[in-house]
Write a protein that binds this ligand. Structure first.
Ligand SMILES: Nc1ncnc2c1ncn2[C@@H]1O[C@H](COP(=O)(O)OP(=O)(O)OP(=O)(O)O)[C@@H](O)[C@H]1O
Length: 584
């Protein structure tokens, strides 16, 4: 049972045990609701003895009051136990689920995050987890509790008087069938609603991220119109999903109440015909008033459980995604990086790299140049195993990196990408990301080398200043210098620099390049730069165009060759003399 619950609702062992406890208490609490009915029937039987024609027995008010209080106490205790088991268990499981998800995300390979939509992931982690809290505290235990307890009571009523039992219960299977048979329909509408909600969340996120550009291009009205359309679509999908569910549910619940009419008609006939007594008739009338409520409740819960099913599926997709299970022991023979006939595509059948082969030697600077979109950044990311290859191999110190553990591999890389990622934390901690156990002095030394120290000192709290989400309170050049400081601090044997000095002015660029020159001594350096003069001194230049290596060699070799590299250099020389003509 515990195993079945674990599997069905993606629960931990403790979570499944707590849910089981919640269901058991829910069954007992529901059954206990029949105790007042039984007491009422017994009391009425005694009080109405003269009317019913039965032998009048001695009636003790105190005795029945005492039993009544005892029953109330039992009902209260069982409901209390059910409440604590369902609620405490659910919230403890919710905390475990969130931690489990965070742990799982930590172990997933990077390509998982490139495949999944980030707002979809956020909505699973935040939204679905919140829905589970409601479902597992308010719905699932109550549903199973109602189904099991009413089945037990129904069997009891059928054994007691099968004709009255049938008159009371014939409606239940039909009512449930109405809701159950429409499950696929409800799930389809639920999926559509979830899809529309995700699109809306994506739209809002995109709008917030690009608000400056939208304003700068006077696109507010246009953009808001599109967002409005997404809101309308989400609202429509929600209304149609809820309306359908509510209509079917109300139909089922109304049908259930028909049973009261059949109890009256059948009971009347049986009492008139002398085939049953008035006591049984009254007992079934009271039972009808108590029994249909939990069944109605179970039907409403069932609709919510359909949508929980969809959310559990999304959660399982993350939990069951194969974890990164690479070799932890990385022993390489030096740190040369070799691309050996590498073929790669982000999307199926859209090759970005075709047959790329070259070696970036340790102790040398290898520069990647070429037209925009040629695949330079992709090559740098593949060198650090951000994505799996379609075919070919990438070797680090002669060792294929494909089977290696990414976290262990990453220890060998210092990376500065075009898009700098900074955390909403202090400057000190943002640089310390490079090396967790670095002392404050180490951090400051790296900051000085990356020309950050001066501007950091000018910040309100110096190194202890919190820099906002992704460094929102700093300029682009300052963010880039921080990320260079981080890389200097890490001081790994392989260095990937993708447009590392792109946002710096000429003075800063020269100084930083001096700092980088110190950093790269004896290391394998793969550098991408659009400004050709910054890589003229590189030991080897690899020209990438349309996903292949067009040519390679030193600056002078390539200039002599008069190929693509020469063309790019000439173009840049021309553009360096370009001036903004304000008299046109
Ligand atoms: N995450 C991604 N998903 C899908 N396609 C991508 C992705 N990143 C890059 N591409 C595509 O891969 C190709 C190579 O991109 P890449 O960024 O490697 O080129 P690049 O030479 O570094 O360009 P640039 O000089 O403009 O930075 C381009 O056509 C680009 O559109």
């Amino acid at each position: 049972m515990i195993e079945a619950l674990k599997k069905k609702y993606a629960l931990s062992n403790q979570g499944a045990k707590d849910l089981f406890k919640g269901i058991v208490y829910s069954v007992l609490a529901n059954v206990s609701l029949m105790l007042p009915v039984i007491l009422l029937a017994v009391v009425l039987n005694r009080l109405l003895a003269p009317l019913l024609g039965t032998v009048a027995q001695e009636f003790s008010t105190w005795f029945y009051t005492g039993i009544g209080i005892l029953i109330l106490a039992v009902v209260f205790i069982l409901h209390y136990l059910q409440y604590t088991a369902a609620y405490m268990g659910t919230y403890a499981e919710s905390a475990r689920r969130r931690i489990r998800l965070a742990e799982k995300l930590r172990t997933l390979p990077l390509d998982f995050f490139h495949q999944r939509d980030l707002s979809d992931l956020t909505s699973t982690i935040m939204g679905d987890c919140a829905s589970f809290e409601h479902a597992f505290s308010h719905t699932v235990p109550q549903f199973w509790g109602a189904v099991i307890s009413t089945s037990v009571v129904c069997v009891g009523l059928l054994v007691f008087n099968w004709q009255m039992g049938l008159a009371l219960l014939w409606v239940a299977p039909i009512s449930f069938a109405i809701v159950l048979l429409s499950r696929r329909w409800q799930e389809k509408l639920g999926k559509k609603h979830m899809g529309a909600r995700l699109e809306l969340a994506e739209g809002i996120q995109e709008c917030l991220e690009t608000v400056q550009d939208i304003k700068a291009c006077n696109q507010e009205e246009e953009y808001l119109k599109k967002l409005d359309a997404k809101m309308d679509a989400a609202e429509k999908a929600q209304v149609s999903s809820e309306l359908t569910t509510a209509s079917l549910l109300t139909t089922g619940q109304m049908f259930l109440r028909l049973g009261l009419a059949t109890v009256i008609v059948v009971g009347n006939g049986l009492v008139m015909g002398g085939r049953t007594d008035l006591f049984t008739y009254i007992l079934f009338l009271i039972a009808a008033s108590r029994l249909y409520d939990p069944l109605s409740g179970a039907m409403s819960n069932m609709a919510e459980m359909f949508s929980v099913g969809l959310q559990v599926k999304r959660l399982k997709e993350i939990e069951e995604y194969p974890e990164e299970a690479g070799e932890k022991n990385i022993q390489t023979d030096g740190f040369d990086i070799t691309f050996d006939h590498v073929k790669f595509s982000y999307e199926k059948d859209k090759s970005v790299l075709r047959d790329v082969s070259f070696t970036a030697k340790q102790g040398q600077v290898t520069a990647l140049v070429g037209p925009s979109g040629g695949g330079k950044s992709t090559v740098a990311k593949l060198a650090a195993k951000f994505y799996p290859l379609e075919s070919g191999k990438i070797l680090l110190g002669g060792k294929d990196i494909a089977p290696l553990d990414s976290t262990m591999l990453m220890k060998n890389f210092s990376i500065v990408f075009q898009d700098v990622v900074l955390f909403n934390n202090t400057v000190m901690e943002n640089i310390r990301v490079g090396r967790k156990n670095a002392t404050d002095e180490d951090v400051i030394a790296a900051a000085k080398a990356a020309m950050c120290h001066e501007f950091i000192e000018r910040l309100p709290q110096g190194y202890q200043t919190v820099i906002g989400e992704n460094g929102s309170t700093l300029s682009g050049g300052e963010c880039q210098r921080l990320s260079i400081a981080r890389a200097l601090l890490k001081d790994a044997p392989v260095i990937l620099l993708d447009e590392a000095t792109a946002s710096l002015d000429v003075d800063n660029e020269t100084e930083i390049q001096n700092a980088i020159s110190k950093l790269i001594k004896g290391k394998t350096v793969l550098v991408i730069a659009h400004r050709m003069r910054t890589i003229e001194a590189a030991d080897r230049i690899v020209v990438l165009a349309e996903g292949t290596v067009a040519e390679s060699g030193t600056h002078s070799e390539l200039m002599e060759k008069k190929g693509l590299y020469r063309k790019l250099v000439d173009l840049q020389t021309k553009s360096a003399n370009w001036k903004l003509n304000v008299n046109v």
